[in-house]
Design a protein around this ligand. Structure first.
Ligand SMILES: Nc1ncnc2c1ncn2[C@@H]1O[C@H](COP(=O)(O)OP(=O)(O)OP(=O)(O)O)[C@@H](O)[C@H]1O
Length: 353
């Protein structure tokens, strides 16, 4: 299977309204892992859908190119039309034909390719079985739930045996419970299809749960691409640090030679403005430090922090704490704390962004 490569991809719609100016997508370069599952994550308007539409062939880049193996799919001069790319796209709206049955909807792309008879029946049956809709083959989409409709859209995608599957917020219209169930379906779909998948979402938990790689975009630019565990542990910069996972970003003066992975003695010294093994903390340049809630623990030997809020979340409570200098932190605890109490906490680690 060939690799998809985005090469300095740029799209400028030429819009110059108030607050606008830069290109929708700016100089995005990315080599997708073969048969990988890439989640494209970022706030609304950061250019995710525009990247997806350029990959699909619906938009032409203003600059840069898209390659699939040896084949150039798009650049500022030429665009291979969508129907000539072996790609399938799944939309938020499912885009099913209301007058066709589930089986007819799923088999439609095969009909377009003039596949009929036994070959048609067996491929449709296989795709329906994968999304667990065999019993619904003769229903119309109007007689299905939202999750079932999305599974029809997935089966229609699978039946085409595409090289690349593009998914634009496919779970956005489903409730939380169904989204979780559908994540399983997507995983099975990915394993079964051996296609490279690109999944646009602004839900970081969904991205982390599904993807082999997460790409974070902001204001048209690609900020970081890494496997979920890496991007969680070592985010680059404030935007990625605040988008991925829960956590607090605090500003601390750190010695010049402090690394990026910070331990409690160094953090404690920086918070108290004391000398640490790395030099004099509390006097170096100000740095952004990401502290995850699971790194903050109540400990009698810790630093006193004020509990600003304690929210019961079932398996634990989520706390908001105020550091002695007023900055806030998040923590998890099995024990509830009263608002306003001072409790000693230790911060087992932090990551300098
Ligand atoms: N056809 C178009 N003409 C002009 N501007 C456009 C067009 N399509 C998108 N844009 C602009 O490009 C920018 C990126 O839009 P895009 O839809 O790619 O963002 P997104 O990250 O997918 O957002 P969302 O999560 O809200 O769907 C936005 O500022 C948008 O207004």
């Amino acid at each position: 299977m060939a690799q998809l490569i985005l090469n300095h991809l740029t799209k400028d719609f030429g819009a110059k309204g108030p607050g606008e100016g830069g290109p929708a997508v700016s100089d995005v370069s990315l080599t997708l892992r073969k048969q990988g599952f890439l989640a494209l994550l970022g706030p609304s308007g950061c250019g995710k859908t525009t990247v997806l539409r350029m990959i699909a062939g619906f938009e032409q880049p203003t600059d840069g190119s898209i390659e699939f193996g040896e084949c150039r799919l798009s650049d500022a001069v030429r665009v291979l039309p969508p129907e000539k790319r072996n790609m399938a796209m799944v939309f938020q709206s499912y885009a099913l034909w209301p007058h066709m049955t589930v089986a007819e909807n799923v088999g439609y792309p095969l009909k377009v390719r003039r596949i009929s008879g036994e070959a048609w029946r067996s491929r449709v049956a296989e795709a329906l079985s994968l999304v667990r809709l065999t019993a619904y083959a003769d229903r119309r989409p109007s007689a299905l739930s939202g999750g079932q409709r999305q599974r029809v859209a997935l089966a229609r995608c699978l039946v085409q045996q595409p090289d690349i599957v593009l998914l634009d917020e496919p779970l956005a219209n489903l409730d939380q419970h169904l989204r979780k169930a559908m994540e399983e379906t997507f995983r099975a779909f990915h394993e079964r299809s051996s296609a490279t998948m690109i999944y646009v979402t602004h839900d970081q938990a969904e991205a982390m749960a599904l993807a082999t790689d997460v790409a974070v975009m902001s204001e048209g630019k690609l900020l970081q691409v890494a496997p979920p565990a890496d991007i969680y542990a070592r985010p680059e910069g404030r935007v990625v640090g605040s988008l991925i996972g829960r956590g607090a970003i605090v500003r601390l003066r750190l010695p010049e030679k402090a690394g990026r992975q910070l331990d409690w003695p160094l953090l404690q010294a920086a918070l108290a403005g004391r000398r640490s093994g790395h030099g004099h903390a509390g006097e170096g340049p100000l740095s952004d430090v990401l502290i995850r809630p699971e790194q903050v623990h109540p400990d009698s030997g810790g630093m006193p922090m004020r509990v600003l809020s304690s929210v019961f979340e079932g398996e634990r409570s989520a706390l908001t704490l105020a550091l002695p200098d007023g900055q806030s932190l998040k923590a998890y605890s099995n024990k509830a704390f009263c608002h306003g109490t001072e409790v000693p906490f230790v911060i087992s680690g932090g990551w300098r962004l």
